[in-house]
Write a protein that binds this ligand. Sequence first.
Ligand code: MG
Length: 256
Amino acid sequence: MITIKSEKEIELMREACRIANLAQKAIEAEIRPGMTTLDLDRIAEKAMRDNGAIPAEKGYPSGIKGVMDFPGSICASVNDEVIHGIPSKRTILKDGDIVSVDLVAYKNGFNGDCCRTYLVGNVDSEKRRLVEVTKQAFFEGIKYAKKGYRLGDICHAIGEYVESNGYSVVREFQGHGIGREMHEDPGIPNYGKAGHGIKLEPGMTLAIEPMVIMGKRNILQLDDGWTIVSEDGSPAAHYENTILITEKEPEILTLE
Ligand code: MG
């Protein structure tokens, strides 16, 4: 079931999303070689809690017997890690790395979800291009995030843009509706058919999140039960915002 948010609910969404973006800004201001992904986790968690929010990813159930619930306040995925990397004091960021930080702030019953891929120190031009294309894929997608279009128009635009740049989109994971729950209907794949899928309506709040691999699209899951890596070992990037469908242009709730 797809929820249409009321004006009051949208205000609460705006606040959760504002804090999610603040947490990203706090990381952006401090990230540098020599930090660990656990350092990033601590920065984000403090930013969220200082603003009255809770890091919603912490304790997220794995749903798999024998696999721990998610222990971090953020997902931190380095280089060939695509998504769901577990923050660790053993993962030290090196000059030239890229790291995708995906986080969700929960406040007053609502969730705000966003991801950025950060450049650590001096990153080579190939990886920088991957990060840029992944971010731009989001903006290509949301050109269709308005009344009068269908969900498949967004999915198609993202997939086409990524593949036309020579990269692959991950198929096994996707964006999603968001609100009181972190994951609501509809699922939003990063590929699809234009003109297909549900009609977009004002009041829908959607987390749109291209996950892009430089090489082939195949993925593997590590033994920790969480971390997803590219099978061919090539780097991956991830960019996400929570948006609101309106009568006109979409409102990007997790950007200023
Ligand atoms: Mg996310």
